[in-house]
Design a protein around this ligand. Structure first.
Ligand code: C2E
Ligand code: MG
Ligand code: MG
Ligand code: MG
Length: 281
């Protein structure tokens, strides 16, 4: 590193920054390797309908078990995949894998897939989704695509084109992490969401906090008026579950209901509850 005369305080990269940049580059190499060697896995987390307790949807969540470092959370590797463009291939893999898995589930259960804003810079996104559906023989209404406001912030021609294509595939669109962005209400007016997912940060306090209850109540009734399904994310306690229901949410997701689990475990849970329903029918 360049040390100038006197002081030496104007170096561009501090040693810590160099370490961090180095660690990122190393992870980038490993990400590429993992893509080529089938090193990723999808876990699935159930969403239930509050009125019946039935599973309506399972959200696909990426898992990466690094050969030396062990499990690395998506919050760490997805930003790197986005910066390096690897998210295109990774996102494609997730779509195909998720649709394939969902095609083995009872036909009333949908699969939800998280979409990165970077995937919307690809004009062929609609075609990619269509090909994942076709290859798995999954009807489009069984796929939910979760997007965040980060997608809608980029109101470029390409993004809008990709969104339009997405609607045309016949898949459902959900607005994820609702309430954490800038102008959520405006987006609700502009895009045809079937579902909005109230961010965990609001749901966390609904067990005891009156303000949090009022906010969730307001979002739930707004969603109902707009004919959208409103989901409470991050439900961990029985009080939160009871409040989500009392405040008018339609669905809930969280550790209390079920943690993200490997494909065979979710498959077991889905077929077990399907046969239970057949017995009581
Ligand atoms: P998200 O889409 O909002 O997913 C929900 C996250 O909350 C997941 O974290 C899930 O494990 C966690 N969660 C679920 N229930 C609870 C709960 O009761 N309590 C708490 N504390 N957490 C709960 P995860 O799997 O670490 O994923 C984090 C984020 O990474 C996701 O947030 C999503 O934005 C992103 N992500 C995950 N998989 C993918 C993917 O395949 N593609 C893209 N583009 N992003 C993904
Ligand atoms: Mg999500
Ligand atoms: Mg979410
Ligand atoms: Mg979230």
């Amino acid at each position: 590193a360049a040390k100038r005369n006197g002081g030496g305080s104007h170096r561009f990269f501090s040693p810590e920054m160099e370490d961090r940049a180095h660690a990122r580059r190393a992870l980038e190499v490993d990400l590429r390797e993992a893509l080529e060697t089938d090193g990723f896995e999808l876990h699935f987390q159930p969403l239930i309908e509050l009125a019946t307790g039935e599973i309506t949807t399972c959200e696909a969540l990426l898992r990466w078990h690094h050969p030396e470092r062990g499990p690395i959370p998506p919050s760490e590797f997805i930003p790197i995949a986005e910066d390096t463009g690897l998210i295109a291939a990774l996102g494609d893999w997730v779509l195909h894998r998720a649709c394939q898995e969902a095609s083995t589930w009872p036909s009333n259960v949908r699969v939800a897939v998280n979409m990165s804003p970077v995937q919307f810079r690809d004009r062929a996104l609609g075609r990619r989704i269509f090909s994942a559906l076709t290859e798995a023989s999954l009807p489009p209404h069984r796929l939910e695509l979760e997007i965040t406001e980060r997608v809608l912030l980029e109101e470029t021609e390409t993004t809008l084109h990709a969104l339009e294509q997405l609607v045309m595939t016949g898949a459902n669109i959900s607005l994820d992490d609702f309430g954490t962005g800038f102008s959520s209400l405006n987006y609700l007016r502009k895009f045809p969401f079937q579902k909005i997912k109230i961010d965990r940060s609001f749901v966390r306090d609904i067990g005891h906090d009156r303000e949090a209850q009022l906010i969730v109540h307001a979002i739930a009734s707004l969603g109902a008026d707009l004919e959208m399904i409103v989901v409470a994310e991050g439900v961990e306690t029985a009080e939160q579950l009871a409040q989500a229901k009392a405040q008018g949410c339609h669905e809930a997701q969280g550790y209390l209901i079920g943690e993200p689990m490997p494909a065979d475990a979710i498959h077991d849970r889905l077929t077990r509850s399907a046969s239970r329903h057949r017995e009581t029918a």
